[in-house]
Design a protein around this ligand. Structure first.
Ligand code: HSE
Length: 429
């Protein structure tokens, strides 16, 4: 075992950073044995230096993150600040100054992953980010390494715990969105400003990262079609139940059937109760991976929180330190396939559409004609009428999303269609 320690700089000491520091201290001997050299916390960059941080030597704390990453004697920089800047500049500077980087920064990786990977390659360093997607759940390494010999066709997952908590609450109690969000906020699952979670930005960043690795193709946040879950209603859950389904906010990355392109999307969707993702409760995450040879794999666990996320960070830290000692680097970006990322209109799936219509002769035929004219085949129709009005629930066979959009646009123009109450995609069948 090498006695000279590997030096680690920690950027950020919040919920995740403080757990990383704690585990580095409490598991120091095991980490040293697994790596082949001790690891030493050599500096901790924070915004508020006066805050007391249990277990961290105050002499290590600095507000000058730039000076820390430029020191030249740092072997690994662990970035758990989040956000685009200053994280991007700090990571780039760390790589330029000879450090490998472990990051948990999904937003940055989804936006600028290619440039950061290029910087890591240029300087012969590692850039690892297992913690950026689904907290403790091993996903990046399985996709990048364990499945490197297989062909991944689909990644379908619940990658945001806050929204899963809210949707699970709506499902189990019949609550509306606002009531369930209020409970999530009171219990500390949702942040004071829940936009990133409920509007799907967080999940879309994770989808971009997963799609890029799964399909060996650059996929950026802007390539991911995103719809939040704020408009899911208690009535949608009642409809889902009638179909033997529940509703989840899903991240779905798919290779087209002809293999020539890929899509990535985040939106609420109905999934059958028998699908493994339907039983993912509370704030847990789960990701279903389908590949040619392995078939179906499911990864499940806590997708957020200090200790679970730190577990993923520490796993990367051990891997990066091992690489340093053996004078090598791990796998970098693999984007050789360079498949085009198709727009949402090219996605093929099933749809559940609720319409409010006039209840009079010919209306059903009129509605069915609109579906037929747009090439969307109907699977089932359920109608419930009252006082000259009716609600019509149409479930389709698989159709292009663009065809469904055209259908809905035309339906809205019919005098007999009073309104389109909801449109929900049906996945996982
Ligand atoms: N806010 C995220 C979630 C965790 O609720 O899952 C961090 O990505």
């Amino acid at each position: 075992m090498r006695t000279r320690p590997l030096k680690v700089a920690l950027l950020g000491c919040g919920v995740v950073g403080s757990e990383v520091a704690r585990i580095m201290t409490t598991h120091a001997d095991d980490l040293a044995a697994r790596i082949g050299a001790p690891v030493e916390l050599a500096g901790v960059a924070v915004r508020r230096p006066a805050k007391v941080r249990a277990g961290i030597d105050p002499a290590l704390v600095t507000t000058d993150a730039t000076a820390l990453v430029k020191r030249g004697d740092i072997d690994v920089v662990v970035e758990v600040i989040g956000g685009i800047e200053p994280a991007r500049t700090l990571i780039t500077t760390a790589l330029e100054h000879g450090a490998s980087v472990v990051s948990a920064n999904k937003a940055l990786l989804a936006q600028d992953g290619a440039a950061l990977h290029a910087a890591a390659e240029e300087h012969g360093k590692d850039l690892y980010y297992e913690a950026a997607v689904a907290g403790a759940i091993p996903l990046i390494r399985p996709l990048r390494e364990s499945l490197a010999g297989d062909k991944v066709n689909r990644v379908l997952g619940i990658v945001n715990g806050t929204t899963n908590f809210i949707l699970d609450k709506m499902d189990s109690t019949g609550a509306g969105y606002q009531e369930a969000l209020d409970e999530a906020t009171a219990l500390g699952y949702a942040e004071a400003d829940p936009t990133a979670d409920v509007e799907g930005f967080d999940a879309a960043a994770k989808a971009a990262i997963l799609a890029g690795i799964a399909f060996h193709t650059r996929v950026r946040l802007d390539d991911v079609h995103r719809e939040g879950m704020t408009e899911v209603t208690a009535a949608d859950f009642r409809s889902a139940k009638r179909m033997g389904c529940t509703i989840k906010l899903l991240a779905i990355c798919e290779r087209a059937e002809d293999g020539a392109s890929v899509t990535a999307r985040v939106h609420p969707a109905m999934i059958p109760l028998g699908h493994p993702l339907a039983s993912v409760r509370g704030a847990y995450n789960a990701v279903f991976v389908e590949s040619d040879a392995a078939g179906q794999l499911m990864f499940y666990g806590p997708g957020a929180g200090g200790a679970p996320t730190a577990s993923a960070v520490l796993g990367d830290l051990v891997a990066v330190c091992r690489n340093l000692l053996s004078g090598t680097t791990g796998p970098g970006e693999s984007a050789y396939a360079a498949l085009p990322v198709s727009p949402m209109g090219d996605v093929v799936t099933r749809y559940h559409i609720s319409l409010d219509v006039a209840d009079k002769p010919g209306v059903l035929a009129q509605v069915a004609t609109v579906f037929a004219e747009h090439g969307v085949s109907i699977d089932t129709v359920r109608q419930q009428g009252k006082d000259g009005e009716a609600s019509l629930v149409v479930v389709t066979h698989r159709a292009f999303d663009a065809s469904l959009s055209g259908t809905v646009e035309a339906l809205r123009k019919l005098d007999t269609v009073r309104g389109v109450a909801s449109i929900m995609r049906v996945e996982g069948e």
